[in-house]
Design a binder for this molecule. Structure first.
Ligand code: UDP
Ligand code: MG
Length: 306
């Protein structure tokens, strides 16, 4: 059985060699095909990869012309998969290599996706609370059900790889894509590992961006919420207008209050801007989809030398 391992790489030069050694030592009884995707790293990652692939024929690399993001890197990796199964893992040594054995066991038991599920032990509140909120929002509004802690570290069978590649959408949100394609899935627990070298490239703002992407990529409920919000406020306004009209008719012309005027202008203005923002999110997505740009550009790869 040939196992393809897809590894997105962004500024991970110090982690690559140790990761390769771990893979080689732990999975010596399997035939391996290790695919590194250099996502426009600014450090020595590319040189390290070149050297690694030169010395070890089981390694391949593809290098992007700039940073296109982890989603693009994963897609490029999946397109290059030749094995019977594929493992997706990070380059930062946060994903325990030993778990791959367990994943393969479950694959043999008939599962098409075996996912490592991380506990949030030892994680800072600044990170864990927004993440929990994200999953809550996603599952309340979404058509797909995401599980907290399930990341990209997983085994997927060849049919799953094919299904994922067949989705050509520009805004890729892989957590959702993995769920959306379906297949038999097994979740296995993973302990939380601290990053070995370098820094996580995901900041809180990136996380919020990611959440908006996730929600807007999978359903149009936010648009529906705007519709309901608008309808609700319209009903309230009509009731208020009727009351004000009756009062005026009974008590004569009353000078309207400055406060009610200001409050309604501000509130309505705010709600309108909010709804415009939501609509804009979707229009932006349509804009990118219609451009049909490629997800990434490969500048060079180990295939060039063959
Ligand atoms: N990564 C990437 N492109 C990016 C950011 C990250 O290919 O723009 C890679 C990175 O090298 C690592 C994986 O994606 O292998 C996960 O990144 P990171 O550790 O920063 O994310 P976290 O573990 O905090 O979710
Ligand atoms: Mg990481």
């Amino acid at each position: 059985m040939l196992i393809s391992i897809v590894i997105p790489v962004f500024n991970e030069s110090k982690n690559l060699k140790p990761l390769y050694n771990q893979l080689k030592d732990n999975l010596s009884n399997y035939e391996l095909d290790i695919i590194f995707i250099n996502d426009g790293s600014k450090d020595q990652s590319l040189d390290t990869l070149k050297a690694l692939c030169q010395d070890n024929p089981i390694c391949r690399y593809y290098s992007f012309s700039k940073n296109f993001g982890k989603e693009a890197a994963m897609l490029a990796g999946l397109k290059a998969v030749q094995g019977d199964v594929c493992i997706i893992m990070d380059a930062d040594l946060q994903h325990p290599v030993e778990m791959i054995h367990e994943m393969i066991e479950f694959y043999h038991k008939g599962y098409d996706q075996v996912v490592a599920k991380r506990d949030r032990q030892g994680e800072s509140i600044i990170r864990s609370i927004p993440t929990k909120l994200f999953y809550y929002l996603m599952n309340v509004t979404g058509d797909i059900n995401l599980t907290d802690g399930e990341g990209d570290f997983r085994l997927i069978s060849k049919p799953v790889v094919k299904s994922i590649i067949s989705l050509s959408e520009y805004n890729r949100f892989s957590k959702g894509i993995f769920e959306w394609v379906g297949y038999r899935k097994k979740s296995i627990p993973m302990r939380n590992v601290e990053r070995n070298e370098g820094q996580s490239s995901f900041s809180l703002f990136k996380l919020i961006d990611y959440a908006i992407d996730g929600i807007a990529s999978y359903n149009n409920k936010p648009l529906r919420i705007c519709f309901y919000l608008g309808s609700f406020i319209m009903c309230l306004s009509i009731i208020y207008i009727i009351i004000a009209l009756i009062q005026t008719l009974i008590h004569g012309i009353d000078t309207p209050g400055y406060f009610t005027l200001l409050a309604s202008i501000l509130l309505l203005g705010g709600i309108q801007l909010f709804c415009l923002g939501v609509i804009g999110e979707y229009i932006g997505r349509i804009y990118y989809e219609t451009k049909k740009r490629p997800h990434y550009i490969i500048q060079e790869s180990s295939d060039d030398n063959d």
